[in-house]
Design a protein around this ligand. Structure first.
Ligand SMILES: *Cc1c(COP(=O)(O)O)cnc(C)c1O
Length: 413
């Protein structure tokens, strides 16, 4: 441990002192588990007291490739020593290669690079509105975008304006008009709601923050047909489901459809650097002219070099196949736990949710107990424990985890 602390010049603090600093000086917009992490490698992280944990959150699926993957870190360091930021006022030698590689891997035609997931969402909102006016003939100012209950697309004013989570909106009004929210998975309601002014439908293939909600089989195929028939842009937010999390490169592959616009972020850098991207056919992103949209850091060479390696690692090291192979193994292991607290265990690939009955008293206390047993999980929507380890997890790691998770979920610890 001393080696790691020696990297900083200050004397190390203890857990309570680090927490006290955050509480005193930081905005209190999170309620983290009281574990202070200092190091990570693969599926494992260590706290400042030297305790080791299996990471079953993966930074909300940003760390799919595992913590501090050596090839990604190497790409980061090398590029950092060459060139980090040019702004888009000039070109750089990483951007075009990133575009080509990400397009080839995802069968896309065009890319728009941004930094955070929310910025990618904001970017498509602008793009589909402009497309609606310029290409579909919707009267200026009338474009409507349809989203769904329990959605999560980020935290900007525009995005929380069509959230159905009360806390995300509380105290932040007024919001941006032009959105309609419909029940997720109800095709008839969607079909009825579409008008000639509907320019886009925005959905997550599986709702992550919403509680690992998987829509009915065939739902997205019908949504795709509706979009084709009514000339509506289908936007899939794959910021959490994409890049191997569900056992495919993109979760849309499970549905047998292709979105018009796909959003990726999070694992695009393997948790090393903020980068997101809008992947598109030519028609929609083609509406942007020079000056219409931009970002100082978007598409910077450091982000591009990191993302190129993060994508290569994901593919070359078989992480997507590992997610497809071991996801069902982990799921079956969790489903075999007999507990009066568990309502349902569901998932796809290594994106798994354990939904508890309301009488269990909430998911958070279970996450606290799992933490004491060396497993870091995060509750979502009060009653759901999300289990989403890095995609480099092994069968042995899963067996290790199940031995510890079972007694906690059974209420024995
Ligand atoms: C995390 C997430 C976002 C927002 O990404 P940020 O980088 O936090 O802005 C958007 N959509 C989905 C589905 C996400 O999981």
């Amino acid at each position: 441990m001393n080696d790691w602390n020696a990297a900083t010049t200050e004397a190390p603090l203890d857990t309570a002192a680090y927490i006290a600093l955050e509480e005193q000086y930081g905005a209190h917009n999170y309620h983290p588990l009281d574990v202070v992490l200092t190091r990570g490698r693969g599926v494992w992280v260590w706290d400042v007291d030297g305790n080791k944990y299996l990471d079953c959150l993966s930074a909300y699926s940003a760390v799919n490739q595992g913590h501090c993957h050596p090839r990604i870190i190497d790409a980061l360091v090398r590029q950092a020593q060459r060139l980090t930021l040019t702004s888009r006022a000039f070109r750089n030698d990483q951007l075009g290669l990133f575009y080509k590689e990400v397009c080839e891997l995802t069968n896309s035609h065009m890319v728009l690079p941004m930094n955070s997931g929310a910025e990618a969402v904001e970017s498509v909102i602008k793009a589909v509105r402009k497309w609606g006016y310029r290409c579909k003939g919707v009267p200026e100012g009338r474009a409507e975008i349809i989203g769904f209950t329990n959605n999560f697309h980020g935290r900007t004013i525009t995005i929380v304006g069509f959230s159905t989570e009360r806390q995300y909106q509380d105290g932040f009004a007024p919001f941006t008009p032009g959105f309609r929210v419909l029940p997720f998975g109800d095709f008839e309601a969607l079909e009825r709601a579409v008008t000639p002014e509907t320019v886009a439908i925005l959905a997550e293939p599986i709702q992550g923050e919403g509680g690992i909600i998987i829509p009915p089989a065939g739902y997205f195929r019908r949504v795709r047909e509706l979009c084709d028939r009514e000339r509506i842009v289908l936007i899939l937010d794959e910021i959490q489901t994409g890049l191997g999390r569900t056992g495919k490169m993109l979760a849309e592959e499970h549905e047998g459809i292709v979105a018009d616009l796909t959003l990726i972020g999070k694992a695009l850098s393997g948790g090393v650097y903020p980068i997101s991207a809008v992947l598109s056919n030519e028609e929609v992103l083609g509406v942007f002219q020079p000056g219409d949209h931009g970002s100082t850091y978007g598409g910077n060479p450091l982000a591009c070099a990191v993302a190129r390696t993060a994508l290569r690692v994901l593919v070359e090291e078989g992480m997507i196949e590992n997610s497809a192979r071991l996801g069902p193994y982990f799921l079956a292991g969790l489903q075999s736990i007999r507990s009066p607290y568990i309502r349902e265990v569901r998932g796809r690939g290594l994106m798994i949710g354990v939904e508890l009955h309301p009488e269990a008293g909430g998911a958070r206390p279970f996450c606290e107990r799992l933490r004491a047993r060396g497993i870091l999980c995060k509750d979502t929507h009060q009653h759901i424990i999300r289990i989403a380890p890095p995609l480099v997890i092994t069968r042995d790691d899963i067996d290790w985890a199940l031995e510890r998770i079972a007694p906690v979920l059974e209420g024995r610890e």
